[in-house]
Design a protein around this ligand. Structure first.
Ligand code: N01
Length: 546
């Protein structure tokens, strides 16, 4: 019953019929769109289910002022179609949210994906039916559908995190979350705006809102390291030069540890073995270049605390130069390990605090006590506000998956299987959950890379796997528990070799109260991609097929 209305329990009871689809894909962002395209390309019937009213995923929801990608646009795009990458023209070095959303709409149209996408439909539950090796998927509107395979393309940063402050809901003005921004532009003219959070979303939106609002009060819990984007219009000659050898450019990027930035690759020299003058020059050059490659200045920055501090001190000195009020500059100067939380890339963030209409409140020292009808109170002071912007991030990597009641073999709930932190094999499969794949799941490099590169690598792996299963007459594939245990130990072992576990980042789930503290992504893209290929070459080693 194509796209029809069915009841979940009735559908489960009638599972002797063949499933409606070969594959159900959840989420219409970069991952889901490409998965749909690949699934159709290998002759599978596929249904893509999306909660929003349009395609785009992250770029559909995060419409906040100043939203822009921190990976360069010539890299942050699909490579699966040479025609697509040749025909699309980016206008800026770093693409804005509207431009990326246009791009994804173009992709959906160009590959005629919309007929297989069901919008405005939120998946609520999914049960694996052991008798038939199929998934039954239930949606919030009370309908259900079935498929042999379930591919979760739900995104790593899609479940918005709004802290539960005392008095939440009592505020009489409008509130916004950067990750759930309204479609109509918000007019801040003449308003006194409170912004909570200074991660990537905060540092991008604060300068833009400050230019419009009467006053902005920024509530900062932890100071943030940010490197300038130096965003500029993208020169025609530069695009042409890259497009002349786009495949080579993509290949060089995928060989970088974070699968990006091959034009200014990581420097293998060690910060601590480099003379201070030379070291400062390297940092200055990278600061002038702008963006994430700053962290590639030296090979030991993410492994050695003392080396890291040389880079941290360089950025602190920049903040002290940029911010005129020394008290505010000190408040903005982070004391943590640089790169431990995601490095931010900004356009005029620190300089925004030189404006007369911007105030910085340190809620690390005096936490937000409560939200009140007229604003919020912190450190015993009440701040009167017309509206509040929550730039408070996401329940990252696991939030979107665990919001859905997913039940695998023997009724095992994913929430229970992951009660002490996510466990996957390769970030692609979960023991106990046959025929389910996660795109950029925990345990894969995902958020530590250019996401589009990781997504394409995962989708290609999954599509090849589905083709292999079909060709060999298999109905079922599942990660083996021992392979998964080994993989989890491997991911943790690598993380513990770095400085990543040393701060309260969302990589560790530390931003969500009560979430188990586990480092979720895998560090290092090239060896990971090799491992995935090796697993295939060894007949899907670590998976059971039947
Ligand atoms: O979220 P975040 P984000 N009281 O978690 C604060 C990607 N992204 O949406 O640091 C007070 O980084 C929290 O404080 P602390 C990118 O990967 C990319 O900004 O936990 N404050 C922090 O300051 C990024 O890393 C792009 O102490 C509270 C902020 O809220 C990821 O998305 C753009 C609080 C949350 O920062 C997430 O970024 C945007 C509380 N109870 C996002 N709870 C680009 O491509 C949280 N905070 C550029």
């Amino acid at each position: 019953m194509l796209g029809g209305r069915q009841d979940f329990d009735e559908l489960e009871a009638s599972m002797n019929d063949p499933p409606e689809y070969d594959v159900i894909i959840v989420g219409a962002g970069f991952a889901g769109l490409y998965m749909l395209h690949r699934a159709r390309g290998i002759g599978l019937s596929a249904r893509l289910v999306e909660a929003g009213s349009g395609v785009g995923g992250t770029w559909y929801w995060n419409r906040y002022p100043g939203a822009r990608c921190d990976v360069e646009s010539m890299e942050y795009s699909y490579q699966f179609s040479d025609e697509l990458q040749q025909e699309w023209q980016w206008s800026e070095r770093y693409a804005s949210q509207p431009e990326i959303l246009n791009y994804l709409n173009h992709v959906a149209d160009r590959f005629d994906l919309r007929p297989d996408i069901q919008f405005d439909t939120r998946v609520q539950r999914a049960n694996f039916n052991e008798a038939t090796d199929c998934w039954v998927v239930g949606t919030e509107d009370g309908n259900a559908m079935s498929a042999r395979f379930l591919v979760m393309a739900t995104g790593c940063l899609s479940s918005a995190n709004t802290p539960d402050f005392p008095g939440s809901g009592s505020f009489e003005g409008p509130t916004f979350h950067t990750g759930r921004w309204p479609h109509d532009p918000v007019d801040f003219t003449g308003q006194r705006v409170g912004i909570i959070g200074t991660g990537s979303s905060g540092i991008q939106s604060i300068p833009v809102i400050a230019r419009e609002a009467r006053e902005v009060v920024v509530f900062q819990r932890t100071a943030t390291y940010s490197v300038p984007a130096h965003n500029i219009p993208l020169a025609e000659e530069e695009q042409r030069a890259i497009k002349a050898d786009y495949a080579g450019f993509r290949e060089r990027n995928s060989q970088q540890p974070f699968a990006l930035g091959s034009r200014l690759p990581g420097n293998e020299a060690l910060a601590l073995s480099t003379e201070p003058e030379e070291r400062a020059k390297v940092y200055e050059d990278r600061w002038q270049h702008g963006g994430l490659p700053f962290l590639g200045a030296f090979g030991d920055l993410l492994f050695d605390g003392k080396a890291n501090d040389t880079a941290a001190e360089f950025v602190r000195a920049k903040i002290r130069q940029i911010v005129k009020d020394p008290v505010v500059a000190e408040r903005l100067a982070p004391t943590t390990v640089i790169g431990c939380k995601r490095l931010c890339v900004d356009s005029g963030y620190y300089a925004t605090f030189n404006r007369d209409n911007v105030e910085l409140v340190d809620v690390g020292e005096s936490p937000i006590e409560e939200i009140t009808p007229r604003g919020l109170r912190s450190g015993g002071r009440e701040y009167d506000l017309d509206c509040i912007v929550f730039a408070t991030g996401f329940d990252a990597m696991t939030g979107a998956l665990l919001q859905i009641d997913i039940r695998g073999r023997d009724g095992l709930r994913l929430r229970d299987a992951w009660a002490e932190g996510p466990r996957t094999y390769l970030g692609l499969g979960v023991a106990g959950f046959p025929n389910m794949f996660t795109i950029t799941g925990p345990g894969s490099p995902s958020v530590l890379t250019n996401m589009v590169v990781s997504i394409e690598q995962h989708v290609n792996w999954i599509a090849d796997c589905l083709e292999y299963l079909g060709q060999n007459g298999y109905q079922r594939i599942e990660a083996m528990a021992e392979a998964q245990d080994g993989w989890v130990a491997h991911v943790n072992g690598i993380a513990n070799f770095t400085l990543f576990p040393s701060c309260n980042s969302w990589y560790l789930g530390a931003n969500v109260p009560g979430k188990p503290r586990v480092f979720m992504p895998l560090v290092g893209f090239p060896p990971y991609a090799e491992k995935c290929d090796e697993v295939v070459a060894k007949g899907y080693e670590g998976f059971i097929t039947a």
